[in-house]
Design a protein around this ligand. Structure first.
Ligand code: UDP
Length: 253
C-alpha cells in the first residue's frame, strides 16, 4: 500500500447524487461502500464532508443573512451530512464509526479532539468530521487539509463528481483542455485551476500534503489510489505532467 492513513474530502454534492439538493440513497450507499472498501483494505480513513447539498454560506446573501451567520448554517449542514453518513456506514458494514464535530454538539457527536481522533484511527475506527473548522469564512476544503495534517494522514483524497481530475482549462467549455496527471501546488494556485480553494492548496503546499483529485463515481478509485495507481490528478511538488489524451472521463472506468 502506498498510503496507510488518508483523509477523504467529500462535497455535499456527493451526498445528493443526481439531485440538486438533499440526499440520494444510491449516492449515500456508494459513499459508504467506497469508504468501507478502503477500510477493509487496511487503510485508516477519516472523512471531511461538505454541506452544499443543504446550504452554503455564499447563499446567505440572497436573504440578506450576514456571512458569518450563513456560514454557521452551512456548518450545521455538514453536521447533518456527517450523521447521515455515519448512519449509512453503520447500516452497510460493521466498522466502528465516530462523528467528531468542530462545534460542540455533544448529544449527537463527539467533540473534535486531535489526539482522540488519532487514537480512534489507530484502533481502526472510521472518523467522520463535521462542522469544518468550526469557524466562518472558509469552506470544507480548508479543514480537509487541516485535519489531514493534524491527523498525520499521508494524503488527501479529494473526491469529485462529474470530473476526473484537474484540467488545464474547463473541459466543459474548452475542447483543448487537457487533464494533468500531476500538477504542482504552484501551478494550481497561479493558474487558478479551482481544484480546491486556494487557501487549502497553500496549506497543503506549505506542509507537503499530496492531494489526489479524482472521479468519485468510478468504483474502487480510492482503493486504487491507496494501492499506488495513478488515477485522476496528483497535486504535489515537482513538475507538471499531462495525462495521455483519451476520451474525457473514460480513463479509469
Ligand atoms: N463552512 C464554514 N466553515 C468551515 C467549513 C464550512 O463556515 O470550516 C460553511 C460554509 O458556509 C460552507 C458550508 O459550510 O459554504 C458548507 O461547506 P462547503 O461549501 O465546503 O460544502 P461543499 O461545497 O463541499 O458541499
Amino acid at each position: 500500500m502506498r498510503y496507510s492513513r488518508v483523509l477523504v474530502k467529500l462535497s455535499g454534492g456527493a451526498v445528493a447524487g443526481e439531485r440538486e439538493w438533499g440526499f440520494s440513497p444510491d449516492a449515500l450507499n456508494h459513499i459508504a461502500d467506497e469508504v468501507l472498501a478502503l477500510h477493509s483494505a487496511g487503510v485508516e480513513v477519516s472523512v471531511v464532508v461538505g454541506g452544499g447539498n443543504i446550504f452554503k454560506g455564499e447563499l446567505g446573501e440572497e436573504w440578506g443573512i450576514e456571512r458569518a451567520e450563513a456560514d454557521n448554517i452551512g456548518m450545521m449542514a455538514t453536521v447533518i451530512n456527517a450523521l447521515m453518513l455515519r448512519g449509512v456506514l453503520n447500516a452497510r458494514g460493521d466498522a466502528e464509526v465516530r462523528v467528531m464535530s468542530a462545534i460542540p454538539i455533544n448529544a449527537v457527536a463527539e467533540p473534535y479532539i486531535r489526539l482522540r481522533a488519532i487514537n480512534h484511527l489507530s484502533k481502526g475506527f472510521i472518523v467522520v468530521h463535521a462542522a469544518g473548522t468550526g469557524n466562518p469564512y472558509v469552506t470544507t476544503d480548508y479543514p480537509a487539509v487541516q485535519r489531514a495534517l493534524e491527523l498525520r494522514a499521508q494524503a488527501l483524497l479529494s473526491a469529485k463528481n462529474g470530473t476526473d481530475g484537474v484540467y488545464t482549462a474547463d473541459p466543459g467549455t474548452d475542447p483543448t483542455a487537457r487533464r494533468y496527471l500531476r500538477v504542482s501546488y504552484d501551478t494550481t494556485i497561479q493558474e487558478d485551476l479551482r481544484a480546491l480553494d486556494q487557501s487549502a492548496v497553500l496549506l497543503a503546499r506549505d506542509h507537503d500534503l499530496p492531494i489526489h483529485v479524482f472521479d468519485f463515481d468510478a468504483p474502487g478509485a480510492m482503493r486504487c489510489i491507496c494501492e499506488g495507481e495513478d488515477i485522476g490528478t496528483l497535486i504535489g511538488h515537482g513538475s507538471d505532467v499531462l495525462a495521455e489524451r483519451k476520451a474525457l472521463n473514460a480513463e479509469h472506468r
